[in-house]
Design a protein around this ligand. Structure first.
Ligand code: UT7
Length: 329
């Protein structure tokens, strides 16, 4: 009889650009204050790319680290999945550009557009392909160059976002460990609450809409906030219960880093102490699909994830999209 196959994370990596933009720097650009940003979001600083650095560059750096840790050569990867809303180009996918930077060919390549849930959607795609037996080794990346789609004169949004990339190598194992379950959901009826109104095929870029800065992210912050708390709780509970567990049996939650108040509300609803919830929003801000894999990589490298421990990844983002994954290490 064939043994059951489990998708297991064998390596993680992350990359954030060296350039730091502090709240004090932002005070000079828009009408805001360090106190307001910290008290309303928990963010102290974020990383921003230098001109010339694009999403595939950061994805490449994070991938190299993850592959090295997994002990894999790039050529041993069967599928590359890149979660991003800031691709290098509209066509081709950033996964294709990354594949070329990794100097490999004959690999399946795709981008997943699920905003801040992009990495968890990608991880779920990787899991399904591995469980099906179609692929053995998948490279999943969450990467964003949000600084390029941010309106730097809009204080409602520009204080929140940052750039970065995180990667994970997912491989097939017959041991009962790894990604034990994932949960994905969405609600397209709420798309207008967090979106970029122009630049697609419906409303192409024109001089007029560019002058109005409509090619940048627009967000109805407090509405998004309420949905994020509800959906992240729902997603976390769903994946925990599906595995026959309860929240107190989870050793670490790695949530999307959008707002410290969302993260604290999630911990409270799950009745978990903040020591069991990983937070790095103070240093990186909201890096959309990169936030969960950067946090996961940091948590692993700080020794917060031990063999046998259970981690829940959970995210919410524009679309709306939300999702979760339960991992036994
Ligand atoms: O990553 C995907 C999902 N994204 C999220 O989950 C983000 C969710 N939303 C949030 O994190 C929060 O809603 C924000 C941090 C964006 C805003 O916090 P808030 O407590 O919801 O504030 P608010 O939007 O209700 O605005 C309160 C006030 C407003 O002034 P008035 O109208 O009350 O006079 C804003 O104009 O704060 C003002 N404000 C600012 N003041 C100083 C908005 N941005 C700023 C700013 N500095 N940067």
């Amino acid at each position: 009889m064939n043994k059951k196959i489990y998708p297991y994370i064998t390596g993680t990596g992350s990359f954030t650009p060296p350039k730091i933009l502090t709240n004090f720097d932002l005070e000079k650009i828009v009408e805001t204050s360090n106190e307001w940003i910290i008290s309303r979001s928990g963010i102290k600083e974020r990383r921003i790319v230098e001109d010339g650095t694009v999403s595939s560059d950061m994805a490449f750096e994070a991938s190299k680290i993850a592959l090295k840790e997994a002990g894999l050569e790039p050529g041993q990867i069967d599928l590359i999945v890149v979660g991003t809303v800031t691709p290098d180009y509209l066509l081709p996918s950033t996964a294709c550009i990354l594949q070329d930077k990794l100097k490999i060919k004959n690999t399946a390549v795709m981008d997943v557009v699920a905003a801040c849930s992009g990495f968890i959607y990608g991880l779920s795609v990787a899991s399904a392909f591995i469980i099906s037996g179609q692929f053995k080794s998948v490279l999943v990346i969450g990467v964003e160059t949000l600084s390029k789609i941010t309106n730097w004169s809009d204080r409602n949004t520009c204080v929140l976002f940052g750039d970065g990339a995180g990667a994970a190598v997912v491989q097939a194992t017959t041991e009962e460990k790894g990604i034990l379950g994932t949960f994905l959901s969405g609600d397209g009826s709420l798309a207008n609450l967090l979106h970029i109104p122009v630049g697609g095929t419906k409303v192409p870029l024109t001089k007029e809409n560019v002058d109005l800065k409509q090619q940048y992210i627009q967000m109805a912050g407090s509405e998004v906030f309420k949905s994020a708390v509800r959906a992240m709780e729902d997603a976390a509970i769903h994946v925990i219960q599906k595995a026959g567990l309860s929240p107190e049996e989870i050793d670490l939650v790695v949530p999307h880093q959008a707002n410290i108040r969302i993260i604290e509300a999630l911990a409270k609803r799950l009745k978990l102490p903040m020591e069991k919830v990983y937070v790095n929003i103070d240093r990186f801000g909201n890096t959309s699909s990169a936030s969960v894999p950067i946090a996961l990589d940091e948590a692993r490298k700080k020794g917060l994830i031990q063999e046998g421990s259970r981690t829940v990844l959970v995210a919410f983002g524009g679309g709306f999209t939300w999702g979760s994954a339960l991992i036994k290490w």
